[in-house]
Ligand binder design. Structure first.
Ligand code: SF4
Length: 457
């Protein structure tokens, strides 16, 4: 959790069959930096050579200055991390590399495994990530090959996960049976690419082909077309709806539309459900800008820039530190007084998780002379923890979860009024379909027990 907002759940990138695979993966990781800022890493292999691993704590450009990965190879997997299971240190920075009796394997993982995940007889330690647990189980497998070992271990996995693995002569990709966490396939000149979002494929110069299907296990060998098989019985798809609300970059494609277009539609639905007579609409930058555009357009209200995000604070301001949360939000977001003085303001945000950001911004608007401050949230109340790879699984106190009455919540935040988009409105904006909506609805598509890492603690 950062500044009262949920943190993303890691980004995965992989390339096969391209002579500059490690560099391309680094390009893809920069495009996914919004999904994790704690660590970055690239594992790569030249034809016939060993797998090499370069990783470190920090942003991609801090770990790979000039975006240079020191080495060459035609296969590579990469990862940016925000820890959702396991501690935040270099040992858990991904990809993780294991040298097993079946050969070396590097694994990059987005998501969390839940209780029924495979646990090795000799687990790697109490602080191990669920990624390390998977590798430990692969290392103990009696399967005849790495591919068979990965298949049999991952076939027991449950939760929300998308993984890319690099072996001696091929890449593998797998997505959880419900497709909760995202993974897309792209085509490169002479090769293939995988990424958590299409914006990373674009950054690598890859053409988006399709999403990896829920439950699909894909093998990509050098120069060959991908081979796929289903690892799990078919289940109803439940992709994370919060990807479109908040996580994904506006230029990424989700369910065939850009995230920007989906968020505009959410803003339009929000305007239909909670219109207000106002002078100006302001967006909480950056993830709410598209929804604010949709809200303002639907009500024919002017949209102005009234908030400034400080983009130069660096990682220090992303450290988990509840005592200093208010100070962090103050440093991060500022109000332009002339945009709000004497005006009836609508402030559009995409979520209230802890209430820190909303409380701060509304207070600043009153100080700047606003006549009214109406808070509009382009998503339903975030009431339930996520157990599929988002850090609210560790949040004991979710603001809306403790305050079911929006008018009481508005009073507490000192807002003139508060309106949330309904779950029905959100699904309408997505164009229908089935989704994971558990953090809004409490309906968990995969039964949630104890997190895989926690079972060993
Ligand atoms: S609980 Fe929410 S954040 Fe987690 S996967 Fe489901 S929709 Fe996404």
């Amino acid at each position: 959790m950062s500044g009262g907002r949920p943190r993303e759940a890691c980004g995965v990138v992989a390339v096969s069959g391209h002579p500059e695979a490690p560099q391309l993966v680094a390009e893809g990781l920069v495009a996914l930096q919004h999904r994790g800022q704690e660590s970055a890493g690239v594992a790569y292999r030249a034809r016939g050579g060993p797998i090499r691993l370069e990783r470190g704590m920090g942003l991609v450009l801090e770990v790979f200055p000039g975006l240079v990965v020191p080495g060459e190879g035609s296969f590579a997997v990469g990862h940016v991390r925000y820890s959702t299971a396991g501690t935040s240190d270099l040992a858990n920075a991904q990809p993780l590399l294991a040298r097993t009796h079946l050969g070396p394997v590097a694994l990059a993982h987005n998501g969390n495994l839940v209780e029924s995940a495979p646990v090795a007889a000799a687990p790697p330690g109490p602080d191990a990530s669920d990624t390390a647990l998977v590798l430990a189980a692969v290392a103990e497998s009696r399967a005849p090959s790495l591919e068979k070992a990965l298949e049999s271990v991952l076939a027991q996995a449950r939760g929300g996960f998308a993984m890319a693995a690099l072996g001696p002569d091929r890449l593998w990709a797998v997505r959880d049976p419900r497709g909760i966490r995202p993974l897309v396939l792209g085509r490169l000149e002479g090769g293939w690419a995988l990424a958590s979002e299409t914006c990373a494929l674009d950054a690598m110069g890859a053409r988006t082909i399709r999403e990896i299907d829920p439950g699909e296990f894909m093998t990509i060998e050098d120069g060959a077309a991908p081979r796929s098989r289903r690892l799990f019985p078919r289940e109803a798809a439940a992709p994370c709806i919060f990807e479109a609300v908040y996580f994904a970059r506006p230029d990424s494609l989700v369910a065939g539309s850009t995230v920007h277009a989906l968020r505009r539609r959410m803003g339009g639905e929000l305007a239909a459900e909670h219109p207000v007579d106002a002078d100006v609409v302001l967006a909480v930058p950056d993830s709410s800008v598209s929804a604010a555009e949709g809200y303002a357009a639907a009500l024919n209200l002017p949209l102005e820039q009234g908030l400034i995000r400080n983009r130069y604070l660096g990682r220090a301001f992303l450290e988990p530190d509840p005592l200093r949360r208010d100070a962090r939000v103050r440093r991060k977001l500022a109000v332009i007084p002339s945009a709000v003085a004497g005006r009836r303001v609508v402030l559009v945000d995409d979520s209230i998780v802890r209430g820190t950001t909303a409380r701060h911004l509304i207070g600043r608007m009153w100080e700047a002379g606003a006549r009214e401050v109406h808070l509009r949230i382009a998503a339903p109340p975030y009431r339930h923890p996520c157990h599929y790879g988002v850090d609210t699984s560790r949040a004991q106190r979710l603001f809306a979860g403790e305050r079911p009455d929006p008018s009481a919540l508005a009073r507490e935040l000192l807002a003139t009024s508060l309106g949330y988009l309904s779950l029905e409105g959100l699904v309408r904006a997505m164009g229908g379909g089935s989704h994971c909506t558990a953090c809004f609805s409490g309906q968990y598509p995969v039964p949630v027990g104890v997190m895989a890492g926690a079972t060993l603690a």
